[in-house]
Design a protein around this ligand. Sequence first.
Ligand SMILES: Nc1ncnc2c1ncn2[C@@H]1O[C@H](COP(=O)(O)OP(=O)(O)OP(=O)(O)O)[C@@H](O)[C@H]1O
Ligand SMILES: CC(C)(CO)[C@@H](O)C(=O)[O-]
Ligand code: BAL
Length: 289
Amino acid sequence: MSAPQVCHTVAEMTALREQLSAEGKTLALVPTMGALHAGHLALVARARELADVVVVSIFVNPLQFGAGEDFDRYPRTLDVDVAALAGHADYVFAPAAEEVYPERVGGPAVPAQKAGSVGDTFEGASRPGHFDGVLTVVARLFDIVKPDVAVFGQKDAQQVFLVRELIQKLGLPIQLDVLHTIREADGLALSSRNRYLSEEERQAALALPHALLAVAHEAQHGNAASVREVGRSVFEKYPLVRLDYLDLVDPTNFQRVSDDYQGPATVVVAAVVGTTRLIDTENLERLHA
Ligand SMILES: Nc1ncnc2c1ncn2[C@@H]1O[C@H](COP(=O)(O)OP(=O)(O)OP(=O)(O)O)[C@@H](O)[C@H]1O
Ligand SMILES: CC(C)(CO)[C@@H](O)C(=O)[O-]
Ligand code: BAL
């Protein structure tokens, strides 16, 4: 199995894209921050089904981290990641920050994207400016790589909602494909940040999938109010875990639903385990009033 070719510069990536276009090849992009796990590899496998050529971008984007967050200690494991992608991806785009944001070295400024009001809720309420940073880098990656298809994970449900809006707003000819969350056998969603957890914290992190199970069960007959209550109460049994939010949103607009809402809903949950912030999500087919 041959390892993917790594492009480190925008010039290399642009030349590659031009060559592939000339050959009539379609391209699927999987944007990541690296520290790859089986969830990422599932996105790559999906990308493989959707296009001739698969590019994985690996870039820990400084713009989406706030002061006091884990930008400095975020795992950077490029060599291991490239090896893990052998036989799965064709190319890795792993640019330096100066390549992505040339204004840092006196070059032109990259257009800043704004996530709007949805970007200020849930993850955005706890991580102010996070989604402006995510959308700015995603738009920049789209502009450089010019994918036909982009594959994202549903685990980051709010990110998916906002990227879909971004594609529409900018009128980009990019198909957005969203993959369900890949989990450990005991239900914990795979996440690069799981590696921060001690053994005890790893057990406590099960609060998130346990809450989602309780929510799905309650949603069979309960209304939005009781579903929220049941989900939140699960966290009372996990003293190592601090619940940030557990809520229900309307997937069409990402607005918090009212207590008497009827229809499909997305559960979004975020919690801090020790010092590690984890998120998870689940789609509910229907809530009852
Ligand atoms: N368990 C998973 N199943 C499917 N997709 C996933 C999973 N975890 C992450 N992804 C997706 O992988 C892409 C890259 O995400 P990222 O590199 O931030 O990984 P992560 O594991 O979520 O990292 P972090 O722990 O920093 O949030 C995103 O589209 C994200 O939704
Ligand atoms: C989409 C993304 C790669 C942008 O930095 C990041 O937010 C992520 O890994 O989900
Ligand atoms: N998976 C979203 C990237 C972040 O937490 O910054």
